[in-house]
Each structure stands twice: as C-alpha cells, then as structure tokens.
Design a protein around this ligand. Structure first.
Ligand code: 13P
Ligand code: SF4
Length: 351
C-alpha cells in the first residue's frame, strides 16, 4: 500500500532513501523528562564526532545548538567539506540526501524521516522524466528542493542563491527546463530575460500564503519598514518587496541596510537569526490573507525537535542511504552546481 504523507495528504510515495530506526531503538517515550537535552546532544556530538547542520527555518533552539546554520547552498558546501564522521541534518529530507550524495562515507541522520517538502512532492521522478523527454534539446535546471531521483534526472542543480548566476552562464539561445518551483523559475526568467524557459508547476506551501494586500497594509502602519522576500513567493509578493533573495541573502540585506524595521516574507524562523544579528532592529513576519495567521511556518521543518535530534544521534537513524548508482547520477548535477555557483565570503556563513 502506498504511504500517505501526513502533512500534505499526498498519496504519492514518500522517499525511499531513509532507513528508519530498528526495532528496539530508543523512542520519545524512553526520554527521561529531566534530561538536559542540549548537554546530551553535546556529549553525543563529541562521542560520535558529529557535526550538526541546520537550516535557517529551524526552531531557534536548534539553530543555537547547531555547528553551522545556512541556506541550501551553504549547507551543501559545508556537508561536502566537513571531516566529521556523522552529519546530523536539521532541515528537510532533500537537504540530508544532498549531504549523503556529497559525503557518502559519512553517516547522515535526520531528526524526522517525514520532514519532506511540498516542492519535492509536486515533482515525482516518472512525470519529471516524461516532461524532460517531451522537451528534447532543453537543459534541465532543477531547484535543490527535489528528491535524489529527480536530481539524478537533471543536468544542473540550483539553489535560490545560485540560480540566476548559473542561468547567466548558459548560452543565451539554450532552451531551459526549470523545476519544480514555478515562482522561483518565473523570477529567474524575468531577471535573466530568458524567453525559452519552461516551468514545472510546483509551489512552496509556505511562501504561497503571504498576501500582498496585507503586506502593503502592514507597511502603511510601519512607513519606514522594508520588505524582504524569498523568490519562492508569487510575483505579486515580489512586486511589493524592496529586496528579493535566498535566506542568507535576506539576512545580509537586513544586516547591511540602514533601515530599522523589516517585513520578512519567508519562513518566520529566520527572524531568530536576524534578532541575534541585529537586536536593535524590528522584524515583522509577513502576514497571510487573513492578516493574522501563523502561516509563515513550514510544517515540514517544524517536525524536527531537540528530542528527535537526540534520538537520531543515539539510534543513528532515521539515516539516509541510497544505491551507489543513484548517488553517482545525482552527484553529477550537484557538482555542476558547486562549480558554477557564486563563491561567498566565509564570514557570511557563520552560525
Ligand atoms: P534557501 O535557504 O536556499 O533560500 O532555501 C529556502 C527553502 O525554502 C528551503 O526549503
Ligand atoms: Fe519546502 Fe517550502 Fe518548507 Fe522550504 S519552506 S521545505 S520549500 S515546503
């Protein structure tokens, strides 16, 4: 029977790259409630020579405990370069898969096996392959938010911080297929002036929920506030933005800007990092259509907790494993990305 994704109610099968904890492994019920989880995670980190990588959309307590916090490109680079024996990836599953593809000799664990992504769900390998076959002569640029199988069927992987730079390195007359985020794809298409760029119709369930009308209303109540938006937002949101960029580019913008107030149109846990970096500035989460919802929270990222991270380190599962043949095919377009992506100054990546 097909496994149904509990968050999206999606009947399509979930990733088969995750090895779940074995029978008899420790569970949440085994955790002593008086345990100092941060201290225990720290102990396991040393004992297992582990590195904890976290995305900016993780809960503040996870970001604070991580060895490294970054955007998708930063995290890929870090996963490829670390000499740790274990990578504890606190983000979503496709990010942990990237870590395994780039560092196959390491044990890669994730706190929750079901931390997926609506973009990944929207783009299954079968239909993606058929789409590619229907567009001969097109180069396939695929956003990193996809499964290892879809990566293996792509020519170059891109992230939100590298897509424009990579597209600009392709010959002007090269037709492009861009999957799976149609909003990011449309944004890159506008920015690069590419006419022959076909978009897969996927979207992020978080960035889709912001309301341009409510953002404009909030801005009128905070006249000095600048709007920073992620390119996964629909065009209407990007039109009211003062800055558009990946999570790390947004962080850099609010750091460098002389403005004091910002409306943040991306997953709201990034505000934790902004407050740490610029405690004197004010950050407002962009509102959704009803003006007051908590819709800027990614339900997949939210599955990860310190308790589950602790268990993953003890059990060494959920753990990413994949056939070597698949890994090697997925590695090629990821290596293309790392070759073509812009180089960043190291100090911008620190946790
Ligand atoms: P970046 O951190 O690369 O901007 O990615 C955003 C995102 O939605 C990750 O799922
Ligand atoms: Fe996927 Fe959107 Fe969540 Fe990022 S924020 S993991 S794109 S659903």
């Amino acid at each position: 029977m097909k496994k149904i994704n509990p968050l999206t109610r999606d009947p399509r099968p979930m990733s088969n790259t995750v090895i779940l904890p074995a029978a008899g492994a420790k569970t949440l019920a085994d955790i002593d409630p008086t345990l100092d989880l941060s201290a225990e995670i720290d102990r396991l980190r040393k004992e297992k020579n582990a590195i904890i990588l976290a995305h900016y959309y993780q809960d503040g307590e996870i970001q604070d405990l991580a060895d490294y916090v970054g955007d998708s490109l930063d995290l890929s680079r870090k996963a490829a370069a670390t000499d740790a024996d274990m990578i504890v990836f606190s983000g979503v599953r496709f990010m942990a898969e990237v870590a395994k593809i780039l560092s196959p000799q390491k044990t890669v664990v994730i706190p929750d096996a079901e931390a997926g992504c609506s973009l990944e769900d929207s783009c299954q390998p079968g239909p993606f392959k058929a789409w590619r076959d229907a567009h001969p002569g097109h180069i396939s640029l695929t956003y990193i938010n996809c499964s290892a199988e879809v990566k293996a069927l792509s020519d170059i992987i891109v992230t939100s911080s590298s897509a424009e730079h990579i597209v600009n390195q392709l010959p002007k007359d090269q037709p492009i297929l861009f999957a799976p985020d149609r909003h990011l794809g449309a944004y890159i298409k506008r920015k690069t002036g590419r006419e022959d760029m076909v978009l897969w119709p996927g979207t992020c369930i978080v960035h889709e929920q912001f309301s341009a009308r409510e953002i404009t209303r909030l801005k009128s109540q905070h006249p000095g506030a600048l709007v920073a938006a992620h390119p996964e937002c629909p065009e209407g949101i990007l039109q009211v933005a003062d800055h558009i960029g990946s999570t790390s580019q947004i962080l850099k913008f609010v750091h460098d800007s002389p403005a004091r107030e910002f409306i943040v149109a991306t997953e709201q846990h990034i505000i934790h990092q902004m407050q740490k970096d610029a405690p004197g500035k004010i950050f407002l989460a962009a509102p959704g259509a009803d003006g007051g919802c908590n819709c800027a929270s990614c339900p997949f990222m939210a599955l990860n907790t310190l308790e589950k991270m602790y268990l993953a380190m003890i059990n060494e599962a959920p753990r990413i494993e994949m056939p070597e043949e698949l890994r090697l095919r997925a590695l090629k377009p990821l290596e293309r990305m790392l070759e073509l992506a812009p180089i960043k100054k190291p100090e911008q990546n620190a946790a």
